[in-house]
Design a protein around this ligand. Structure first.
Ligand code: SF4
Ligand code: SF4
Length: 427
């Protein structure tokens, strides 16, 4: 491995995080209490997958180059050279065995921000050009085309028009519309590209909710993709570029509230992180879909049929929404408004287990087998509820839950929150 490549990676320790990075790198006391919190360790029992091992991998490289003992007596302090072997192990553990779910951080006995260190490790690997190819190609598509699936604009517009016709037929009124690029509306609504590509009915579900609530809203054909996989690849320049486009589109359309589609990591990257990496406070309001649906219910703008769902329903909490964003009660408020038999998983809320699809895992086909092994934890949680429907306010989680449903023969319906609400809406 060339020295220039190694030097690029090491720069992350110098420029990346200052005192916060150094503090967390030096704090682990090896108590092992984080092990059971991680789905990778829990599902496999493999010591390599404990959160502490992931921390130690990043810390051992730091020690080698930035501490006295590491420079002169590396073996004594378990300091490691950043070479081909170490970098490959980092790729395998930090990209291939972590969803950056943050559950371990919450369970660490002394508060080491393990997910943050994994992210810094990913940034180091990104600087070295070692992001797994599949994840990098997803980011590349987003950077080059404006959406991570590379959907051409005309195809997107045609899909939206088709959904608009379907919605007008369903509701028997031409007033039910899906506006695109209309300036001066109150809300700009975003999408996960999987919706126009594979699941357009979730777009019309949210459009039905907006129609019922009498909302003033529009989509943008230029920038509708809420995902930001550069946040997971560790390339903060690309993450910044993607977020900035969304900010600019709000300005261009003159909208005052950005409503984020059901996407945990997209919400995290935009709502909670982008003001940090753009170094600016939001000049507009930002809300997630679950918050706006809960607002509509509280304000009496929409009404739901309490008789619609007789089956037991359980909720999967997206890690990025509950642990990173603290949005925990809104989804429960919505469900308790119209679901007769709502059953919580154990554990749930901010202590929920990751579904296994976060952190870019669904985009990294290299680790599919491992991803579905970790999914045993979620499958077991769902099975124990006895529910027939699992809802999650995150398209990424819904994709993983759909695969879990199939692989573990759970015989469930998997839905987004908007789909469940739209099915029960009274017009
Ligand atoms: S962030 Fe989640 S997946 Fe990663 S080590 Fe911690 S518990 Fe495991
Ligand atoms: S719980 Fe915290 S201090 Fe203990 S081993 Fe895990 S990371 Fe280290």
């Amino acid at each position: 491995m060339e020295k220039t490549v190694i030097d690029k990676g090491l720069k992350v320790f110098e420029n990346g995080g200052g005192a916060k990075l150094i503090t967390h790198l030096n704090s682990c006391v090896h108590c092992g209490l984080c092990a059971e919190s991680c789905i990778y360790y829990k599902a496999t029992g493999d010591d390599r997958f404990t959160p502490a091992r992931k921390v130690d991998l990043v810390a051992s490289v730091y020690r080698r180059y930035y501490t006295f003992a590491g420079k002169y007596m590396p073996a004594l302090v378990s300091a490691r050279d950043l070479n081909e072997d170490t970098a490959n192990e980092m790729v395998d553990l930090l990209f291939g065995a972590c969803t950056m779910c943050g559950r371990c951080t919450m369970h660490c006995s002394i508060g080491v921000d393990i997910a943050y260190l994994v992210k810094m490790g990913r940034t180091l690997l990104s600087e070295m050009g070692m992001v797994p190819a599949s994840l990098q190609s997803t980011v590349k598509a987003a950077v080059e085309t404006g959406n991570n699936m590379g959907i051409p604009t005309q195809e997107f517009v045609d899909t939206i028009k088709w959904m608009e016709d379907e919605l007008a037929d369903e509701l028997n009124t031409k007033e039910a519309q899906i506006p695109i690029d209309v300036k001066g509306k109150k809300v700009m609504y975003t999408l996960n590209p999987r919706e126009p590509k594979f699941f357009p009915l979730s777009i019309s579900a949210m459009a039905k909710i907006f129609y019922a609530a009498g909302e003033s809203w529009t989509l943008s054909s230029n920038m509708y993709d809420i995902t930001n996989y550069a946040y997971f690849s560790g390339n903060m320049d690309e993450a910044r570029l993607i977020a900035k486009r969304m900010w600019d589109e709000m300005d261009k359309l003159g909208t005052s509230t950005l409503v984020l589609a059901e996407c945990g990591h997209g919400s995290r990257a935009l709502r909670w992180e982008s003001p940090n990496y753009l170094k600016q406070a939001f000049p507009f309001k930002v809300k997630t879909s679950v918050e706006i649906i809960a607002d509509y219910l509280r304000e009496g703008k929409i009404k739901l049929d309490k008789e619609k769902f007789k089956e037991a329903v359980t909720l999967h909490d997206p890690c990025n929404l509950v642990r990173s964003g603290g949005i925990c009660m809104e989804q429960r408020y919505i469900l308790n408004e119209f679901i007769e038999d709502f059953r919580e998983m154990t554990p749930h809320g901010i202590d929920n287990y990751c579904c296994g699809g976060g952190g870019g895992q669904l985009a990294m086909s290299e680790y599919n087998e491992r991803r579905m092994k970790t999914a045993e934890v979620k499958a077991d949680q769902i099975r124990k509820t006895g529910a027939k429907i699992v809802v999650s306010p995150c398209h990424n989680c819904v994709d993983q839950l759909t695969q879990i449903n199939f692989s573990f023969k759970l015989n469930l319906q998997v839905k987004t929150m908007a789909e469940l609400v739209a099915d029960a809406i009274i017009l």
